[in-house]
Each structure stands twice: as structure tokens, then as C-alpha cells.
Design a protein around this ligand. Sequence first.
Ligand code: ZN
Length: 78
Amino acid sequence: MALSSTQQQTFEKWLNKHNSNYKCPCCGDKNFGLGEIIAPPTFSNGTINMGGNTLAMLQLVCNTCAHVTIFASVPIGL
Ligand SMILES: [Zn+2]
């Protein structure tokens, strides 16, 4: 699900509060785009489980090197 403008602002405020100088851990650039909020499947006992309890995550994509950083979305308020 793409983020609304309100969600984008919420994340930007949260990131600036926690690390106003955030840099890509791969290339060191500061040029990012927001991806989607994702809820990946879980894996246990040889089975991939879709749905159920999973951690919703927000993707932050480096526009320079394509590295993707993920953040737990619920504690951010998304
Ligand atoms: Zn990068």
C-alpha cells in the first residue's frame, strides 16, 4: 500500500526526530524515496505462512544504489 501524504509526513518527522542525518548504510548518500508498507510472510517448521501475525514494515529506498532499509511501521504510527 502506497503511503498517503499524511503518512509520508509522519515518517519524515519521525526520522528527523530519531536521526536527522540518516544516510544510506550501503553508499552513504541521503537521497531516498519511500516504498510501500509491507507485511511479509513468516517461515516456521518448513512452512511459509501468509497472513496472521506479522510485522508491518515500511521500505525506505536509496535512490542512488537501490539499497532498501526497512522500519517497523506501527511504532512510527503508520
Ligand atoms: Zn545507497
